[in-house]
Design a protein around this ligand. Structure first.
Ligand code: SF4
Length: 338
């Protein structure tokens, strides 16, 4: 049986119409489920009995489960158990501008970034749309509040699960579902070039972030195996293409790794690479984990790196560090549990 949360309203409408149902049925059910949070089909009181039977025969409302929550002042980290027993995680962060959730898109990840706990544990499978939607619903219900923005930057490479991600974006953006505005959604890729180009055709104004993490192919190859498939030039060409088609400014994510990519020379190399492009750089302080040998750059070194980029005319910020007392690095909680 298909999980209801796999369906965008348009897909449901199409399905219902093909089954000879009223085309407004999809809107009615979306209201029950997403607005009234009622998941028992028998309680859909304004839906005809025969349609309720049809729904019962075709859709399930099975939920993944929150297995563990770790909390710090400005962050909560959730470990989920999926219906097949696999585990994933999501992180809720409290910003001045609202609450944002970072969700997982796969069980494990095949990209193998050397500094990443998720990459240490290989991909088991892609997440279906409902498993991503339910991360948001469950966290929102746990905190009894609305979540303002969504970042797809947890376990997994979203562009390696492209079709489910596109469907997920349609579902959560619908004004009758979770109504997360496209500009409040960010999808982050380690640089799968053909998908960056394909995503340029996606109509919603969703933000795109590229995990670059290095100013040269040589350094990138030493920390990110994906760099063997796509060069920085190919990535920057795809980013230019994306910007030309969408006029949407791409964010460059750059994780600060001590002695690897954080020198003054490397800041200048990064400025050379990004010069003249309408991009925004986010410097990310690294969350050290016991399982990996990478060290976080000193705050002073991050400041020097930041100043060089700023002086060279690059739009740059340093991401606030969340949850130092809990397993805040991506994949750390799952890896600890396993
Ligand atoms: S950083 Fe992202 S793409 Fe790289 S291994 Fe980790 S989850 Fe995968």
């Amino acid at each position: 049986m298909n999980n209801f949360f796999n369906y965008s309203k348009d897909d449901l409408t199409k399905l219902f119409t093909e089954a000879g149902k009223n085309k407004f049925l999809a809107t009615q059910i979306y209201e029950w489920v997403y607005q009234k949070k009622v998941y028992d089909i028998d309680c859909f009181s304004n839906v005809k009995k025969e349609n309720r039977e049809y729904l019962k025969n075709n859709f399930s409302f099975d939920f993944i489960k929150i297995e563990k929550v770790e909390e710090d002042t400005d962050v909560k980290k959730f470990l989920f158990r999926l219906l097949d027993g696999q585990k994933i995680e999501a992180v809720l962060m409290y910003h001045d501008y609202g609450k944002s959730i970072c969700i997982s898109s796969q069980v494990g990840c095949n990209m193998g970034c050397r500094f990443c706990e998720s990459g240490r544990l290989k991909k088991v499978r892609d997440l279906q749309t409902f498993e991503m939607v339910e991360q948001i619903i469950l966290v929102s219900s746990y905190i009894q509040d609305r979540i303002d923005s969504v970042v797809i930057m947890g376990i997994g490479e979203p562009f390696d699960n492209y079709d489910n991600i596109i469907n997920f974006l349609k579902v959560i953006n619908d004004p009758k579902s979770l109504a997360i505005g496209a500009r409040h959604i960010t999808i982050s890729t380690c640089g799968i070039v053909p998908k960056i180009r394909e995503f340029a055709d996606f109509p919603l104004q969703v933000n795109l972030a590229i995990s670059l993490h290095a100013p040269s192919d040589e350094i990138r190859k030493s920390i990110m195996p994906i760099a063997n498939a796509y060069s920085l030039k190919e990535i920057m060409d795809a980013v230019d293409y994306y910007y030309d088609k969408t006029s949407r400014r791409v964010t460059i994510e750059y994780i600060m790794l001590k002695g690897i990519n954080d020198s003054e020379k490397q800041a200048n190399m990064l400025a050379d690479l990004l010069h003249g492009k309408n991009l925004y750089v986010n410097l990310i302080p690294y969350n050290e984990t016991n399982n990996l040998n990478f060290k976080a750059s000193d705050k002073k070194q991050i400041d020097i790196f930041y100043d060089i980029l700023k002086r060279r005319g690059i739009d740059v910020t340093v991401r606030r560090k969340f949850g130092t007392k809990i397993s805040a690095a991506c994949g750390q909680l799952r890896s600890k549990e396993m």
